[in-house]
Design a protein around this ligand. Structure first.
Ligand code: GLC
Length: 789
């Protein structure tokens, strides 16, 4: 604990030291001439620095700067999914003072001396974001002694003017509130069990943020995997800056003005989340650790006996033989295939944890295939002096794979045959910051060298992308091993682009009300950072918890994409029935509701896949012009239509709920409210305040105890007419299991309602669902006079 405090103090000190020193960094020199290609503008500076702006789309421009030397020809990023962009229309004009690049949407005005970049709206010429000072670098190495890794490289930074009423969102997984204004953050993937609000950094690095001022949004993705810093005016009212302990000044500027549009572009650039199998939306149960196999079956039997829905059970580290990944303990799990077959008959999928540490067998004569093969193929990480890097994790002394090597990734992926052949349905990647018990902060790893696309770089650059590449190896392995199934991977650590390979959860939370209150800002911030499939250990991971907390926790998570109850080994049991029938009955109600809402949730998840707009949203995403939503992080929306205002405090049974403009229906009573105001709502323990947007149609399916339990032969379309008496929706369906949706094998059905008349529009896609009947129910009691199909 004491060590933890000292560490926190050191981190805070790093951040504030840099905050002062950024102003004293060397500034890039003035522009002396400009060269142009079909996509790029290169600014040659007096100090031999170069800045390159690449016009990728009318609303997307990349800025690269190289200080006192030319831009390197080498250009590689693990985060970027799309390299080739069709050249948009743009032009360049110059005066003696200014260089102007104009696309259909953006106007970039560059002052030559000093070199200052300003992004404006091409139509209104309004400034969206402007340099506060020229891009800077630590020419003298003066900051190195303050850096986490003094040998990492040269500190680089960009500083932007801080808007008086500018709000900041995103930055991935941070233990902080929704609006990041006047705060600062560090990115350095870290294993931080029991983190509380303000703890920083934690597990992930997503150096992408959104700025929002008077309803107009832009985005910045600083694609630099070194330890990085983001300061949104924490210590100065003048500037919001970002910088890193090495690597390039390399950022992408996105223009909205809508956040949804930016998220779409960000997904185009760093990858769209593929659809996971539909059962990933089912309820999941975990425990560190369920063993032997009879206990797994006992848990499943309890779920079934108690009529509680369940699709997935996770096996934590004790399923292995002495924590050796890719093995099963022969006594605890003598026949995993027979187990998955038996569970499969009960509609249950098994997911196994796979950590990066491969145990180094203490006995030299022991044969352990993962270690022996990896060593023979030279796939493990080494220190600069050539020694094998031997961190200590759950299995004791271990080795890590160098996932930057394509052959090593392939080998790692193929090792999963040991799971897929045994019917394991998904993989849980944990401890991949990577955590090392020798030194959690990572100092013990600083001289570890990775192949890194031939660049042979050290930990300073590779730590934050380690989990991305591990998840990638896992995902690609599952894809190869089971090409007719969608892979399901879940990870703890990440870097930008992770959504291409993995879903995520928010790590080792506490079973406390404070931890629960972080769920909403963390899930929504992850959604605003390109990671739509998120969730948290329901009930919290560490500590005792209680029935009330567990119920309130389900009332948040039953609508999160990832809904998994998980608990530490030495915590009080936390399965839904553990605190007695009263609580269990309420939990059942919400789990059942989740399953009936699956047609709605799956439709919204597909929207996330296609558009990059998350399922679990802060209100500001749907109501970007409404300032009352800018700071609102105790309410959320699912898609465009469902608004939820959970209780996240003990002994509270009433709360204020903000309803944005429009009309809203109380989900439970169908009572209609006028929005644009705050209302006070009763919320006894069995009730979470929920409202449906007037104008929505919510598709609901049958009550299920697992996905596929029975045919979805009826879909009820609950119609909530707006003030003009209209409502609409688009229902998405596919087989829920195979990748064929990528080839158009899906069905999208548009349904409209207008004053008593329902029209089911022409369908899109080639998927033919099993016979199912649409029922229409108008929540105002309006009679349906005609159905046009
Ligand atoms: C880490 C994980 C946790 C898991 C434990 C044991 O703490 O975050 O979920 O239960 O390791 O594997």
């Amino acid at each position: 604990m004491k060590r933890l405090l000292i560490l926190t103090a050191i981190c805070a000190c790093y951040a504030s030291a840099f905050a002062q020193d950024i102003t004293t960094l060397e500034k890039i020199g003035p522009v002396i001439n400009v060269t142009k290609t079909d996509k790029t503008v290169t600014l040659n500076c007096q100090d031999k620095s170069q800045v390159q702006l690449t016009i990728l789309a009318p609303d997307l421009v990349r800025v690269r700067a190289s200080f006192t030397k030319p831009i390197p020809t080498r250009d590689h990023s693990w985060a970027i999914a799309k390299q080739d962009w069709p050249t948009p229309r743009w032009n360049l004009s110059e005066t003696s003072e200014l260089i102007t690049i104009a696309t259909d949407e953006l106007e970039i005005v560059i002052r030559r001396s000093p070199l200052l970049i300003e992004f404006r709206d091409a139509r209104t010429h309004r400034v969206l974001n402007a340099d506060e000072r020229p891009m800077s670098y630590d020419a003298t190495g003066r900051l190195n002694s303050m850096m986490f890794d003094p040998k990492a490289g040269m500190f680089v930074a960009a500083s932007k003017k801080l808007g008086f009423d500018e709000h900041f969102y995103g930055l991935g997984e941070k233990a902080s509130r929704l609006d990041k204004r006047r705060s600062s953050f560090v990115n350095w993937n870290s294993d931080t069990p029991g983190y509380t609000e303000g703890k920083d950094p934690i597990y992930q690095t997503i150096p992408f943020y959104l700025g929002l001022q008077r309803g107009i949004a832009y985005g910045i993705f600083f694609d630099n995997s070194y330890r990085s810093y983001f300061n949104f005016g924490q210590s100065s009212q003048q500037r919001a800056w970002f910088g890193a302990e090495g690597g390039e000044m390399n950022y992408y500027f996105f223009y909205g003005p809508s956040i949804k549009k930016i998220l779409g572009r960000y997904a185009d650039l760093t990858g769209h989340m593929p659809l996971p199998p539909m059962w990933a939306l089912g309820n999941q149960q975990s425990r560190w650790s369920y063993y032997p196999e009879t206990m797994v079956e006992e848990v499943v039997n309890e779920y079934r006996r108690r009529d509680l829905p369940l699709d997935v059970v996770h096996l934590d580290i004790d399923y292995m033989h002495g924590y050796r990944v890719f093995t099963f303990d022969k006594e605890r799990f003598p026949d995993p295939k027979a187990l998955t077959d038996r569970l499969g008959r009960q509609g249950i999928k098994l997911v196994t944890i796979v950590d990066p540490g491969i145990k180094q067998p203490p006995d030299k004569n022991e044969r352990y295939h993962a270690y022996d093969e990896g060593l023979a193929k030279n796939f493990f990480q080494h220190r600069r002096n050539g020694d094998l890097f031997v961190p200590r994790v759950w299995p004791g002394e271990s080795v890590f794979v160098d996932y930057t090597m394509p052959e090593a990734r392939r080998w790692w992926g193929d090792l999963h045959r040991g799971y897929t052949d045994n019917g394991i349905a998904g993989i849980w990647n944990d401890m991949n910051e990577p955590s090392d018990f020798v030194d959690q902060a990572g100092k013990n790893q600083l001289d570890v060298v990775s192949y890194d696309d031939g660049e042979k770089t050290t930990h300073a650059k590779n730590r934050n992308t380690f989990a991305l590449l591990m998840s990638r190896a896992t995902y690609e392995g599952l894809e190869r091993l089971r090409p007719d199934r969608r892979p399901y991977v879940i990870t703890r650590a990440a870097y930008a682009g992770i959504q291409r390979y993995s879903t995520m959860w928010t790590g080792d939370t506490n079973s406390t009300w404070e931890s629960l209150a972080l769920n909403i800002p963390m899930f929504t911030s992850l959604g605003l950072s390109g990671e739509p499939f998120v969730g948290s250990d329901v009930g919290g991971f560490i500590g005792r918890g209680n029935g009330e907390l567990l119920v309130r926790s389900y009332q948040v998570s039953f609508l999160a994409p990832f809904c998994r109850n998980h608990k530490v080994i030495d915590g009080y049991d936390q399965e839904p029935w553990r605190f007695g029938k009263y609580y269990e009955d309420i939990i059942r109600k919400y789990l059942k509701l989740r399953y009936t809402l699956l047609p709605f949730l799956y439709t919204t998840l597909e929207e996330s896949h296609r558009t990059g707009v998350p399922l679990f949203r802060p209100l500001l995403l749907n109501y970007q012009d409404d300032e009352s939503t800018y700071n609102l992080d105790d309410q959320f929306m699912v898609g465009n239509d469902l608004l939820v205002a959970p209780i996240m405090k003990p002994d509270v049974t009433r709360r204020l709920v903000y309803l944005p403009a429009g009309s809203w229906y109380d989900y439970w009573t169908n009572k209609k409210y006028a929005g644009g105001t705050m209302i006070s709502v009763e919320a006894p323990l069995d009730t979470v305040p929920m409202f449906v947007r007037a104008g929505a149609i919510i598709p609901v399916g049958p009550s299920l105890n697992y996905i596929g339990e029975k045919p979805v032969d009826q879909i009820t379309l609950n119609i909530y007419p707006d003030d003009a008496g209209t409502a609409s929706t688009t229902l998405y369906e596919d087989d829920g299991l195979t990748p064929s949706y990528k080839n158009g094998v899906f069905r999208r059905t548009t349904i409209n309602f207008r004053r008593g008349v329902v029209s089911v529009g022409a369908v899109e896609g080639t998927y033919t669902p099993a016979a199912r009947k649409f029922n229409f129910v108008v929540k105002t009691g309006t009679r349906i006079t005609r159905i046009d199909q």
